[in-house]
Ligand binder design. Structure first.
Ligand SMILES: [Zn+2]
Length: 412
């Protein structure tokens, strides 16, 4: 039986969101938390974007060191041979790529303005796949952008050409959130059956159906006989109305009526990391978690009406589908109400040693403490907000990697 895998795109679609962004250290922490959860792949950035190079290389180094293992780190680029060459020039260690091109008539007319014909899309895409293979790509996903407004016959032709040239997955992008669970089921099933290659499901929430469409697409792909890679973002952060929320999709796949009997995960997911990753992403993006967000919202396990409160006290299963402990909730949150010493871009050694001492980090000597503090100052300059404990611990543990993450050299 084919299986369900998760391919999180927070560090690509999430950071493309208007008005939002993440520092390179924050992106790295997201990769670490996704890895801890058991997410199969993180689309960790843009290998043709110069300011990402050192971050991408540093994360590939973390993978080599075994820190970012077993998660796969994949880059997103346009399906253009030149971009493939640039990607391997700037990030030679990159091994997993998604190559993207718009496929709909709307985009041919409205975006390419008639400069490209349908067959050009396929020839450019296969040339990019060939180039990526030749340069050492170990896995390739080919993205049909605006796939939900693309004819099925053309999508099949596009997918078959990609497969013939050695691609591993077709990303079905419902770029505008135009599908509904019924249409995406039919389409993904037909794609899986006719192409015979794994399908990625990439859904947006413009009509409020990103999670529902994601599991319908997963079902369609598996019923069509292929593995499915569901694209998610943490807290659903993504362009416009956002993407399918990571935790909500995992809950839908594992807890919804009868679904998990037939549609199973390719590898185990540790749901107990849900609260941590959601809270970190919320802090890093500066976007509050809505109180009614599935699993991780403040009200997800709150009951006040008489009948519900009485029922849940007698047996939680009366009014809860899953337990808060499963999602890593339930520990009291400590908020400092007295004196606070915070590490920032103008911190000194005494305050910094105090903060690290509280987390049981001891430095060999003053010199080492100064070196770590300097990196913390730079990290604070980039994020413009106090670092969380785990970011400080990361810098103290991997100062060389942190230095790469914090180095930006424009106009080289
Ligand atoms: Zn998207």
């Amino acid at each position: 039986m084919p299986k369900i895998y998760f391919l999180d795109v927070t560090n690509r679609d999430g950071v493309q969101t208007a008005k939002l962004g993440l520092s390179k250290l924050e992106k790295t922490m997201i990769n670490i938390y996704l890895n801890e959860m058991g997410v199969f792949q993180s689309e960790f950035g843009f290998p043709t974007t110069r300011h990402e190079s050192l971050y991408l290389k540093a994360n590939l180094e973390l993978a080599e060191m075994g820190v970012l293992q077993p998660i796969r780190l994949g880059g997103w680029i346009r399906a253009i041979s030149n971009d493939v060459e640039t990607a391997f020039k700037l990030v030679p260690g990159i091994r997993h790529l998604n190559l993207s091109i718009s496929t709909s008539d709307q985009m041919l007319k409205g975006k390419f303005q008639g400069r490209k014909k349908k067959d050009d899309l396929i020839s450019e895409m296969v040339a990019a796949v060939d180039a990526a293979k030749a340069l050492g790509a170990e896995s390739i996903g080919v993205n049909a952008e605006d796939a939900s407004r693309t004819g099925l016959d053309f999508l099949i032709k596009f997918g078959l050409a990609a497969k013939e040239h050695g691609a591993d997955r077709l990303r079905y992008c419902d770029t505008l959130g135009y599908d509904n669970p019924f249409t995406i089921y039919e389409t993904t099933r037909a794609l899986a059956e006719n192409i015979g290659m794994a399908i990625e499901i990439h859904c947006h929430g413009d009509l409020g159906m990103a999670v529902g469409n994601s599991i319908a697409g997963a079902k369609g792909t598996i019923d069509g006989g292929q593995d499915v890679y569901v694209n998610t973002t943490v807290n659903g952060i993504g362009e416009r109305a956002g993407n399918a929320d990571l935790v909500a999709v995992i809950l839908a796949v594992t807890k919804s009526k009868g679904f998990a009997v037939k549609y199973q995960l390719g590898n185990p997911i540790d749901l107990s990391k849900s609260a941590k990753i959601a809270e970190f992403a919320s802090y890093a993006f500066g976007v509050d978690i809505p109180m009614n967000q599935p699993g991780v919202g403040a009200n997800a396990f709150a009951h006040s009406s008489g009948i519900h409160a009485d029922g849940v006290l007698k047996d939680p299963e009366n009014y809860e589908l899953y337990s808060f402990e499963e999602l890593g909730r339930g520990e009291p949150v400590k908020v400092e109400t007295g004196r606070e010493i915070i590490a920032g871009q103008y911190s000194g050694i005494s305050g910094f040693s105090h903060i690290m001492g509280k987390m049981d980090v001891k430095f060999a000597d003053r010199e080492e403490a100064s070196e770590i503090l300097e990196l913390v100052r730079y990290a604070n300059v980039e994020s413009q907000k106090p670092l969380v404990g785990e970011e400080l611990l990361f810098i103290a543990k991997y100062p060389k990697i942190a230095k790469k993450l914090l180095t930006l050299i424009p106009l080289e």
